[in-house]
Ligand binder design. Structure first.
Ligand SMILES: Nc1ncnc2c1ncn2[C@@H]1O[C@H](COP(=O)(O)OP(=O)(O)OP(=O)(O)O)[C@@H](O)[C@H]1O
Ligand SMILES: [Mg+2]
Length: 393
C-alpha cells in the first residue's frame, strides 16, 4: 500500500489537492481512500457531495466511484464506535496529573485526538489491505508535525514507563493506597494501554518507510507560506518521514499578465517559485496554476489533477533519500541526518540509554541506536550541506 500525506499551512489547497490526487488515482485503477481530518467537511465540498449523503456518512467512508472512497473523520463518532477503551486510556494520558515532570514535558508534545485517530486509521487500513492507496489530508502544519512525532513519543513512553511502572504499581498500590489519597492507575488502565499500543503497533515503521509513505508539502508562492514550508520540511526530515514532492499551488498563470493589475503579482510570484525550487532541490517541485474558479466537483478535480501530475502516476515515489544513516568514521560513528534549514544554535543533543535525542527548537527526534552503538557518547555535531553530523565515540 502507498500512503500519501498532504501537509501545509492553512488554506494553501491541501484538501483540494488531496481530492484531486485521490480522484486521479482511482481513474488509474487504484483502490483509493482519501481521509480528511478537517472538521469543516471541505473534502465533501471538494467532491460536491449532496447534503444528505454527507450527513448520513457520520464519519464513515463514502463511495465516490467504484474505486474511490472519501472519509471525513468525526472524532465523537470515532470514540463511540471503535476506540472507547483506547480513548479512555488517552483521557488518562492527556490529563497527566500525578506523573513526574520529565514525563509531563515529554507528553506536552503529544498530539490531540485527531492525530491519534488518523494514526489508528493509517494502521487499520494498512493492515486490512482493502485499498491500494491512502491519501491523507492533514490539518495545518503544526498539527501535522505532532502527527508524525507521535509514534516516537509514544514508543518512548511505552518503553520507559509502561513496563517498569506496571511493576512498581503492583508493589506500591497496597502500600501507597493506605497512606495517601493520590489515585493510582488500576489494572484496567494498563489493559487499555496495551490495547492502544497493539492498535498502533508498527505505524512508526510505516511512516518512515519511503516506499510506503510520502509527504507532499503544499505551498503557495508567498513569503510567509514559503517560510512555513521550509520549517515543515526540516521537521519531517528529522522525524524520518520522506518528503517526495513540494507542490506550489495557486501560481497566477502568465496569460493573466494581459491584466496590468496582475502583472506585478506574476513577477513577485516568479521570484518565490524560483526560490522554492532552489531551496527544496533535489526534491521535485510541482507548479500548479490558480484555476479560473474554485475547485469543486469531479470535472474540476480532474482538470486540477491533470495540471498537477500531467502524465505521471501520483502513486509514484517522486524522490527518495534515507533521512538518517549511521556511518563509520575511524574508531567512531557518525549519524548523518538530513535536515535542511537548520542552524547550529538551534540544535542540541541528548544521549539516552539506547537513543540519541536531537532537539531542534521545540521539537525532538529520537533516533534509536543500533545495539552496537549504544555505549557510544555523542561528541558534538556539525552542520554541513543540509545535514547534521552527530559524532559518536
Ligand atoms: N489551484 C487552484 N485554483 C483555484 N482555486 C484553488 C486552487 N487550489 C485550491 N483552490 C481553492 O482554494 C480554497 C482553499 O483550498 P483548500 O480548502 O483545499 O485549502 P486547505 O489547505 O485544505 O485549507 P485548510 O487549511 O483550511 O484545510 C478552496 O476554495 C479551493 O477551491
Ligand atoms: Mg483543508
Amino acid at each position: 500500500m502507498r500512503i500519501i500525506l498532504f501537509s501545509g499551512k492553512g488554506g494553501v489547497g491541501k484538501t483540494t489537492i488531496s481530492a484531486a490526487t485521490g480522484y486521479r488515482l482511482s481513474e488509474l485503477g487504484y483502490r483509493t481512500i482519501v481521509v480528511s481530518l478537517d472538521p469543516a467537511h471541505s473534502l465533501a465540498d471538494a467532491f460536491d457531495l449532496p447534503e444528505e449523503e454527507r450527513r448520513s456518512a457520520k464519519g464513515l467512508p463514502v463511495k465516490i466511484n467504484e474505486r474511490l472512497h472519501i472519509q471525513e473523520i468525526d472524532i465523537q463518532e470515532e470514540i463511540d464506535r471503535y476506540w472507547g477503551d483506547v480513548y479512555r486510556f488517552l483521557e488518562i494520558l492527556f490529563n497527566t496529573t500525578g506523573l513526574d515532570e520529565v514525563l509531563a514535558e515529554e507528553l506536552a508534545i503529544l498530539p490531540g485526538m485527531e492525530e491519534v485517530t488518523s494514526l489508528l486509521y493509517v494502521n487499520k487500513y494498512y493492515r486490512e489491505k482493502d485499498y491500494d492507496v491512502l491519501v491523507l489530508d492533514l490539518p495545518p502544519t503544526g498539527e501535522s508535525l505532532r502527527f508524525v512525532s507521535m509514534p516516537t513519543v509514544l514508543k518512548w513512553y511505552m518503553k520507559k514507563i509502561f513496563k517498569t511502572e506496571r511493576l512498581v504499581m503492583k508493589v506500591a498500590r497496597p502500600v501507597v493506597g493506605r497512606i495517601s489519597d493520590v489515585p493510582l492507575p488500576d489494572e484496567s488502565y494498563f489493559k487499555a494501554l496495551e490495547n492502544f499500543y497493539e492498535k498502533l503497533k508498527g505505524v512508526d515503521e510505516i511512516l518512515i518507510d519511503p516506499e510506503i509513505t510520502s509527504v507532499r508539502l503544499v505551498s503557495n508562492p508567498e513569503k510567509m507560506v514559503l517560510k512555513e514550508s521550509q520549517r515543515a520540511f526540516m521537521y519531517f526530515n528529522l522525524f524520518g518521514v520522506n518528503v517526495d514532492a513540494v507542490i506550489v499551488n495557486k501560481v497566477i498563470p502568465p496569460e493573466a499578465g494581459d491584466c496590468s493589475y496582475l502583472r506585478s503579482w506574476i513577477e513577485i510570484q516568479k521570484g518565490y517559485v524560483s526560490e522554492i525550487e532552489s531551496y527544496f532541490s533535489p526534491v521535485p517541485v510541482f507548479k500548479v496554476p490558480l484555476l479560473k474558479e474554485e475547485v469543486f466537483g469531479i470535472e474540476r478535480l480532474r482538470l486540477l489533477s491533470e495540471v498537477i501530475y500531467g502524465e505521471r502516476d501520483p502513486s509514484e515515489v517522486f524522490f527518495r533519500e534515507r533521512p538518517y544513516e549511521f556511518i563509520q568514521e575511524g574508531e567512531g560513528y557518525v549519524i548523518k541526518i538530513r535536515a535542511p534549514f537548520v542552524n547550529k544554535e538551534s540544535v542540541s543533543l541528548l544521549k539516552g540509554e539506547d537513543e540519541i535525542v536531537v532537539r531542534v527548537g521545540n521539537f525532538k527526534s529520537h533516533i534509536m541506536l543500533p545495539r552496537k552503538l549504544r555505549n557510544l557518547e555523542p561528541e558534538g555535531a556539525r552542520i554541513e550541506g543540509g545535514y547534521i553530523y552527530v559524532r559518536l565515540s
